[in-house]
Each structure stands twice: as C-alpha cells, then as structure tokens.
Design a protein around this ligand. Structure first.
Ligand code: MG
Length: 274
C-alpha cells in the first residue's frame, strides 16, 4: 500500500459478503473491518469471505474486536458495557478476542484493535492491575502470530493511556488514534494527544466531532472537516510525527448519507495529504 493510503472503517453487519463491496463503491481499496458474525470466523463461510476479499483486491488493514452486549448510548453505559474492564464479561470476551485474532491471522491481517473500555484512573487499584494483565494476555497471544494489538483512543486522557501502555509493557501494543473520540468523550485536545502518543500510533481513524455539552453525555459526531478536530492540523501532525500508515475514514452513521460523507471525506483527505 502507498503511504497514507485512504481507506474506510467497515462495519460488516450481518452480511459481510455484501458489506465488503462498500469499500470499492466509495473508491478505495483498503479497510479496517469490524468483527463479522461468528459463523464467518472460521469454516466454510470464512473461506467464502476470504475468497471474496482476495478477488476484489481489498486489503484489510485491521480487524476490530467488538463484543456482544456493548452499548455506546452515554458515558455510564459505555463504562458498564464496553470492552474488557467489566469482570462479569471479561473472560468470555477475552476468548472472543483470541478467536478474532485467529480469524485475522487466517485472513493475513497483522493487526487487531479494540475499545478496551474505560481504564480505571487509580493505577494502584486491583481493577487496574486486572486490566493490565488482560491486555498482556492479548498482546502475548498476538505476538507469536507476528501481530500487534492496538488500543482505540478516546475513553481516557492521552497521559493515562501512555501510562497504561508503559504498565502493560509489551512491544506489540499499539494505538489506533481516533481524534474525534478524544472530543466525543471529553478526554482532551486531540492534537497534543497525538503528539504525546506518537511512537505508538500505527493506525488512525479520520473522524470528526464536537465536544459534549452536558456531563455524562457524549459529544456529537460530524462529517470530516465539520467538527472540532481540525482535520488539517491532524493530517499535518501525522506528517510531522512521520506517520505513514493508512488514513481510515470512520463515519458512524448508516445508509446513503454515510456513503456521501465518506466520499466527501476522501476528497478532503486527498487535498490535505497531498
Ligand atoms: Mg474510531
């Protein structure tokens, strides 16, 4: 792939075979792919999916882990339901993560990523230690496959994430930097956050949004270039830190509006990337 290749975040829904065509429909050839339904993770449906991806000439740059029962309704709901922090669902989700890592490996994809949830702020707490250990287990599972595990940004400050990465202490742990999430969760200005995490960033989401206006609520996502990120500054900063990975457009709505927003985002990124 070329440097800063423009791609999309592809949620595959219940019909991945149909969904993958969306990559070509907007005029790109690479994507980060969401977790497919379980029947596609291995066996005959997996073979069918892999063949279709290969035949269409699509490069999957990352497989994103998602878990049953997650909801992004508001911040307390995210805290309770998203990722690997909650003890009640952690072991089951860890097993699912390993399954997704196997799926990615079989597809020839060297990177998986996830929202791991709100990492506890108190680094001396028992829960913090458990989350550190959980992420070590994922990194260690990926390591012999030559794969990296990337943490999606947004649910904590860049300083807290950096401390967490140092505490996990695994060389195949990376960051998938989503500047809009920093804003949507009120976790801090995205550009200084990107500079702070620079050495760990091996993937990005090109997404935009505006700050939350009420405590406990999320901000609002906007089409790329219309929110508070400052996409021009974001791309300039990526160049400054020497980032050469894909520019993965994420637009978390569905239907025709999503497609049109993505097409407009591709044009914008082509201008900014040069
Ligand atoms: Mg994202």
């Amino acid at each position: 792939m070329e440097k800063m290749a423009i791609g999309i975040m592809l949620g595959v829904g219940s019909d991945p075979m149909e969904s993958i065509q969306k990559v070509l429909d907007v005029g790109v050839d690479n994507a980060q792919m969401g977790r497919p339904p379980d029947e596609y993770l291995s066996g005959a449906k997996f073979d069918e999916l892999k063949k279709a991806i290969d035949e269409k000439g699509i490069t999957i740059t990352t497989v994103f882990c998602g878990y049953d029962g997650e909801s992004y309704a508001d911040i307390p709901t995210v805290q309770r339901t998203v990722g690997l922090v909650n003890r009640d669902t952690r072991e089951e989700r860890l097993r699912k993560t390993f399954e997704i890592a196997d799926f990615a490996e079989n597809l020839g994809v060297k990177r998986i990523a996830a929202h791991i949830g709100f990492v506890p702020e108190d680094t001396s707490s028992e829960l913090y230690g458990e989350v550190v250990e959980t992420i070590r287990r994922i990194a260690d599972y990926c390591k012999p496959k030559g794969m990296v595990f990337a943490l999606e940004t947004g649910q904590e400050t860049a300083e807290a994430l950096l401390q967490f990465i140092k505490d996990v202490n695994r060389d195949n742990l990376r960051v998938n930097f989503d500047p809009a999430n920093m804003i949507l969760y009120g976790s801090g200005e995205p550009i200084p956050a990107l500079e702070l995490l620079a050495e760990y960033v091996d993937g990005v989401h090109c997404k935009d949004g505006k700050w939350p206006t009420k405590e406990g609520e999320l901000g609002t996502e906007y089409p790329l270039g219309q929110g508070d990120v400052g996409i021009d500054k974001f791309i300039a900063t990526l160049k400054k830190i020497g980032y050469e990975g894909p520019l993965t457009i994420e637009r978390e709505i569905i239907g025709e509006e999503q497609k049109q927003d993505i097409i407009a985002a591709i044009e914008l990124l082509k201008k900014l990337r040069g």
